[in-house]
Design a binder for this molecule. Structure first.
Ligand code: PLP
Length: 285
């Protein structure tokens, strides 16, 4: 099942063509998006997702998103959904048609969650580390690169995933040119050591993750220590657990990095289960 609603508040057939051929979102990847997990009819972290949509839009000099209109659009899709307990809700906001009246394009789609993602949440994944080719301090010097914006220009991220899959890995962890750990193509990296969780800071030019923030909030409330700090590949290899986290994949355990199984897999499994339960518990009731 799929549901599609335009930002003006109309529900449309999900198979209907709703974009103009000259939309900048299509011709240049010039726009931003968000993907939100909806469980039991409730969107997780809607406020932080809409905040980040506005932040990404500002980085691309797009008109400020109309928050009330997006909230209405989100509700419309959720109310029309009958495809089961979980839904991925994708918000798309582009610069609009090149030969239009200057208005942006906005729509929201309710989509099912793939079997593959559900399986990986439970079974864990293997990852390949791949260079992104930028120094760790580039983001502030080069704002035109849009590092840390959730822009529609994800072709490189998708190519990295295909590259990893062709080599037998499930996912990717990007590294800066000096080897600093960054993020996955569609996820944040979290390293667990005892009851401490650590993630790289957004100043490295990575997307601030809503799932990572929600996980850290839940972990801290349960007495864990949570830190934002630069990490190197040995931090992954020596960790009790490595996690890739995002709205749709939730808290997924990494079992192998670059073909090497992580040494503390058993301890890692326990810590992963504990953190996954803490993360989910925030959205119950
Ligand atoms: N980093 C990147 C590059 C992403 O694309 C995503 C989500 O797709 C994330 C991190 C995780 O963000 P969130 O937890 O808000 O889904």
């Amino acid at each position: 099942m799929r549901v599609l609603a335009m930002l003006d508040g109309t529900l449309v057939d999900p198979d209907a063509p709703v974009l103009r051929a000259d939309d900048f979102g299509v011709s240049r990847g010039d726009g931003v998006f968000e993907t939100i997990l909806v469980t039991g009819g409730r969107p997780r972290e809607l406020g932080p997702h809409l905040d980040r949509l506005a932040r990404s839009a500002a980085m691309l000099d797009l008109p400020e998103p109309d928050r009330a209109a997006w909230e209405r659009c989100v509700r419309l899709v959720i109310d029309a959904w009958s495809g089961g307990d979980e839904m991925a809700l994708k918000l798309v906001y582009t610069r609009g048609p090149e030969f239009g009246d200057g208005s942006p394009t906005g729509y929201a789609m309710g989509l099912p969650i793939s079997e593959k993602v559900r399986r990986q949440r439970a079974s864990g994944i293997s990852v390949l580390t791949l260079e992104r080719g930028f120094p760790a301090d580039l983001a502030e010097r080069a704002p035109w690169l849009l590092l840390g914006a959730k822009s529609l220009s994800y072709a490189v991220n998708m190519a990295a995933l295909r590259y990893a899959e062709a080599r037998g890995a499930d996912d990717v962890i990007f590294l800066a040119s000096d080897g600093t750990v960054l993020e996955g193509p569609t996820s944040s990296v979290v390293v667990v050591q005892g009851h401490t969780v650590r993630t790289p800071p957004p100043t490295l030019g990575i997307l601030p993750g809503t799932t990572q923030a929600a996980l850290f909030r839940a972990a801290e409330a349960a007495g864990w220590t949570a830190e934002m700090t630069p990490l190197q590949v040995p931090d992954l290899l020596e960790a009790d657990a490595v996690l890739l986290v995002s709205s749709v994949r939730k808290i997924t355990q990494v079992l192998a990095v670059d073909g090497r199984p992580l040494a503390r897999a058993e301890r890692g499994r326990e810590l992963h289960a504990e953190l996954a339960a803490l993360y989910d518990a925030q959205y119950e009731n």
